[in-house]
Design a protein around this ligand. Structure first.
Ligand code: SF4
Length: 118
């Protein structure tokens, strides 16, 4: 049995999920979205997230980037590590794709802002 808090809405229902013979039993959820979330957390927990990437020759030294789709939690650290090793050169456009299939996650990295040349 595992306890987790649903993050699909602000109610934050505390749920318990138990797996038996490949079947999941969820309790504590107020609506079906909670059950769906609990099962996805057990089988394929995914997240979207953003990190910073260094920029040289710009009016700022870094730009925020995000993955273009939810990725399994196991890719968060490898993607963050890959992003730490990247250096972009200004100008950088908002929405620019800077890496494809980053860290083998299947997701691309997209810039969230622009950086002008200095
Ligand atoms: S179970 Fe439903 S009501 Fe409860 S936090 Fe999740 S989405 Fe909201």
């Amino acid at each position: 049995m595992k306890e987790l808090t649903c993050i699909r809405c602000p109610m934050g229902c505390v749920m318990n999920i138990e797996e038996k013979n490949g079947e999941y039993t969820v309790t504590g959820n107020t609506c079906p979205r909670g059950k769906e979330y609990a099962i996805s957390e057990m089988t394929d927990p995914v997240r979207t997230f953003s990190v910073s990437v260094r920029v040289k020759g710009g009016d700022r030294g870094a730009v925020a980037v995000r993955v273009d789709r939810p990725v399994n939690k196991k890719y968060i650290l490898p993607i963050a590590k890959a992003a730490r090793g990247m250096v972009l050169t200004a100008p950088v456009e908002q929405g620019q794709k800077i890496a494809k299939n980053v860290a083998g996650s299947g997701a691309d990295l997209i810039t969230l802002d622009k950086v002008r040349p200095q």
